[in-house]
Ligand binder design. Structure first.
Ligand code: DQA
Length: 146
């Protein structure tokens, strides 16, 4: 039997407060519950999922640089950095394994114009947005190749 494929699920700023943060937009699932779900969904899909969250942009860049070195597939919800970080654009550009962009809400349908731009999308094989927490399950499914 083959070892399960390693996948990183990386989450950007303020997502650690999921469940308490604007639940009318992001829902009531907590970050801990999301992380647990992602590992479970991964197991069902034959993936070895590691879930991380940071409020520090450099930390996310370090994780993406390591994913580039290790050729690790990434599911990325970069939260607000999605919309303006060119360092994030450059970090995503280096990835050679598939990158799936996820958003719990659909930023393109939200009133703030700054959310309508993504520096991640040009590098992503797919964007899953507006599907709530289930978007992470969909994103993981997209990384299953056989
Ligand atoms: C988000 C959407 C972003 O616009 C926002 O800054 C977030 C969360 C989402 O998951 O819907 O923090 O990425």
């Amino acid at each position: 039997m083959r070892a399960p494929t390693k996948v990183l699920v990386l989450n950007g700023p303020n997502l650690g407060r999921l469940g308490r943060r604007q639940p009318e937009i992001y829902g009531h699932t907590t970050y801990a519950e999301l992380a647990h779900q992602c590992v479970e969904w991964g197991r069902e899909l034959g993936l070895d999922v590691e879930v991380r969250q940071t409020n520090h942009e450099g930390e996310l860049l370090d994780w993406l640089n390591a994913a580039a070195d290790d050729v690790t597939p990434v599911v990325l919800n970069a939260a607000a950095w999605t919309h303006y970080s060119y360092a994030l654009y450059d970090a995503c550009a280096q990835l050679t394994a598939p990158l799936v962009e996820v958003h719990i809400s659909d930023p393109t349908q939200r009133p703030e114009e700054f959310r309508h731009t993504s520096v991640v999308t040009p590098h992503a094989v797919e964007v899953v947005a507006g599907r709530g927490i289930d978007g992470y399950r969909i994103a993981l499914g997209l990384l299953v190749t056989d």
